[in-house]
Design a protein around this ligand. Structure first.
Ligand code: PLP
Length: 497
């Protein structure tokens, strides 16, 4: 081994005794970085632990501990009597990859797959909107009304269960008690009769869209997609190589005739029949049957995204598409993001019989399920009846919040924003008066602490209307009223401007 001091280099190591990372971690990270980025050559000798400790003003024990960590990682090695050296294994014919070089140069341009490259460049400039629960953030349930104490109790109870349930690999298809609970929930509340075996638990509806896209689509396959439509599903399907066909939506839901005119040979259709995302219309029965017929003719699948179907507050909820599907082509996707809360990252697929074996293969071979704890607590929450009570209570709360929005809009937004009455869910839309721009209104509102989502964010081809999506689920009536007043000021200011 070459004997070189290498001592002076180490003076560049800065130890901050006030930092929240322990001194040993700081020293270990600094030495590791130097070794890996070529600050030392293989075979270089490190200063003696006593010397290094003195130079850096740290204890010798700390240095000895760090040396032993780096030795365990194989980065350095000790030779009795002659000192500590940078491991010779790091040498060889090729120079070490230099992180310093990478950091200083242009950001790496990774070679993505053609499909992902296309998706990333397609979606590149779109910003994520704030997700804080304030007026009129979309997609968030009423956090303030969630029974946290009950949840904490069930969570603690679950953790006291058997070690293998708490710590082991769970069922890759999802916990059976949750799948049973869901089958019974779907029968009782969504009119769907199914076998628990058809239900697969996933990390949110978003993972379901991604999985279905990668399972069923070849790059370039035509996918009917509501225009405007759901942002997350759109992104996932694009990332699976879909050629999205923007099918318009009206008061009766997806315009099937128009879809047929644009692309009668399609592979998949994505719809939100119970509460169109974002416009809010309910798909008529005639359109549902027309869609199923079109799918049958094209040998296509249909994704039904029933993201907030539990929250229909204007009379009886419409049937799900799945409940009238006689073709076996509807893949039903549900989520707990609205009915419980989104941090759970819990959703599910109800697969038609023809796809059950495929889901089983994919989930058991390529994925290993989602956290057992979350599933266990949700299953108990449903089984003990809290879910039903919660949903019933939330439905009333969303009704009241919607009323608060409608009242305030009538008082303050006349001639500026036409807020459409909603029948269901946690959001509605408002159409902007001519001359007002979605983008500048939403920027102006954001500066005043109010989030509105431009309708254009949901578009996959230009829309004839201009408007804002307004969430009312996450704010109590006083905050909604205050938000409407702010929005009115922003709109008036923009109109004057
Ligand atoms: C249309 C639509 N579907 C599904 C979801 C739920 O997705 P996830 O279960 O991944 O949270 C959302 C979330 O806002 C949504 O807007």
């Amino acid at each position: 081994m070459v004997k070189r001091a290498g001592g002076s280099l180490l003076l560049s190591i800065q130890i901050d005794h006030a930092h929240h990372h322990p001194v040993s971690t700081q020293l270990c990270v600094a030495l590791r970085e130097m070794i890996l980025t070529g600050g030392f050559a293989p075979g270089d000798r490190l200063p003696a632990s006593r010397t290094l400790a003195r130079d850096l003003g740290v204890s010798r024990t700390t240095v000895v501990e760090v040396f032993s960590r780096l030795t365990a990682e194989g980065l350095i090695e000790s030779a009795t009597g002659s000192g500590t050296f940078v491991s010779a294994v790091l040498g060889g014919d090729r120079p070490m990859p230099s992180r310093a070089k990478v950091a200083a140069s242009e950001p790496l341009a990774p070679k993505l797959s053609a499909v992902m490259q296309e998706a990333v460049s397609h979606l590149g400039e779109r910003q994520r909107l704030p997700h804080a629960p304030r007026a009129f953030t979309t997609g968030l349930p009423a956090f303030d009304a969630f029974p946290r104490a009950q949840w904490a109790r069930l969570s603690a109870k679950w953790l006291r269960g058997s070690l293998s349930d708490v710590m082991g690999y769970g069922d890759p298809f999802g916990a059976l008690n949750l799948r049973r609970a869901l089958a019974s929930h779907l029968r009782g509340n969504r009119g769907i009769t199914c076998d628990p075996e058809q239900i697969f638990i996933l990390g949110g509806a978003q993972q379901a869209f991604h999985l279905i896209g990668s399972m069923l689509l070849n790059p370039g396959d035509k996918v009917w997609f509501e225009n405007p439509g759901a942002i997350g599903a759109r992104n996932s399907l694009i990332a699976s190589g879909a050629d999205l066909i923007p099918v318009p939506v009206d008061d009766h839901g997806l315009c099937v005739e128009e879809g047929l005119r644009l692309a009668s040979r399609f592979r998949l259709a994505f719809v939100t029949p119970s509460h169109q995302q974002p416009l809010g219309s309910v798909m008529s029965l005639a359109r549902r049957f027309a869609l199923l017929r079109a799918a049958e003719d094209a040998d296509a699948w249909v994704i039904e995204d029933d993201y907030d179907g539990e929250f229909f507050f204007a009379g009886r909820p419409p049937p799900t598409l799945k409940s009238v599907d006689t073709t076996g082509r509807v893949i039903y996707v549900g989520t707990f993001s609205k009915s419980i809360f989104p941090a759970l990252r819990l959703g599910y697929v109800l697969a038609p019989p023809a796809l059950v074996a495929t889901f089983q293969t994919i989930l058991s071979r390529f994925l290993q399920g989602v956290p057992s704890h979350t599933q266990g607590v949700v299953a108990e929450f449903i089984d003990e009846g809290h879910f039903a009570v919660h949903v019933r209570r939330m439905r009333q709360i969303y009704f009241e919040r919607h009323e608060a929005l409608a009242r305030a809009a009538q008082q303050h937004l006349g001639g500026l924003l036409e807020v459409v009455p909603a029948k269901s869910g946690l959001h509605t839309v408002g159409y902007l008066a001519p001359g007002l721009s979605e983008a500048s209104v939403s920027r102006g509102a954001d500066e005043r602490g109010v989030t509105v989502s431009p309708l254009g964010r949901f578009a996959i081809s230009p829309l004839a209307v201009s408007g804002l999506v307004l969430g009312f689920g996450s704010s109590a009536p006083p905050a909604i009223e205050a938000g409407v007043k702010v929005l009115a000021e922003v709109l008036r200011g923009q109109r004057r401007g």
